[in-house]
Design a binder for this molecule. Sequence first.
Ligand SMILES: C[S@@+](CC[C@H](N)C(=O)[O-])C[C@H]1O[C@@H](n2cnc3c(N)ncnc32)[C@H](O)[C@@H]1O
Length: 309
Amino acid sequence: MNVVNVVPMSHSMPYPPADEPHVSVMAREVVRLLQPSGGVFLDVTLGAAGHSVALLEAGAASVIGLDRDPRALELARARLEPFGERALTRHSSFSKFGEVLELLGIDKVDGILADLGVSSMQLNEAHRGMSFRAEGPLDMRMDTTRGETAIELITRLDDDELTETIGRLGEERRARRVARCIRQELEAGKLATTLDLRRAVVRAVGPARINGVDPATKTFQALRMAVNRELFELEALLNLAAERIRPGGRFAVLSFHSLEDRMVKRAMQNPVWEPLSRKPLVAEEDELAENPRARSAKLRVARRAEGVP
Ligand SMILES: C[S@@+](CC[C@H](N)C(=O)[O-])C[C@H]1O[C@@H](n2cnc3c(N)ncnc32)[C@H](O)[C@@H]1O
């Protein structure tokens, strides 16, 4: 299989090369609002451990980091080594973070951070199949040790389900056409790689970039979210967080998708939470200039109310 860049020069969102680690988004704001000094924090999306390192450097007593991606954990472990026993890492989906705390004998933590979505490393590694910029298998799983791949999902879903997935998770208006073209390519035996999938989408919606965005972006996002059950994971995290953060502790969620931000906003309207701002925070100009990935980031932070069960 060739590794080919589809649109290397003109894409509006340049990605660092595959061996360059993920750059943490809104780390300053996360540290300021989580107030890590002396506390025990749970980073449920460890990634390259950038936020965890920032929390530890800002005085967190310890950080427990989870990731469902074994490769991310390997990298994170290396970066966290200098912190010794102050940093613990576990392979887990965040919907199951309660079980991890149980095993560690921890009832409540001082704060939880979730930085949703995928890392640049995952997007940049062609063999993960998450990006249409390079040829890779239609996998898209964050946790490569289990679960259904994108091609298995596409094969299993019927036309209506595929349309619904692409329409809802990708907010793609032409979802039915896209689903039909994908199905045709599959049935013709021509859907094996990310570039095949991109070609099917382009056949459905045309090659034009809208606001500099590749026409396959929405479909890839939708399928990745479905493969990784990202909304289900978020719902579970939101349901569990209040139980596991001590009164006065803090919960920070960085989201990159309007559906996710809406879910976080709604969850933080529960009286167990006191949101620290009415509107989500967004990245400052200086960060946007350095890290285009921060463009769509929305940060919501809430304090666990005292005296509310
Ligand atoms: C945006 S990156 C996090 C980057 C990290 N905050 C940093 O500063 O380097 C998201 C990470 O969360 C992981 N992830 C996403 N959903 C997850 C879930 N439901 N459970 C556990 N890890 C998840 C991904 O595998 C990825 O490594």
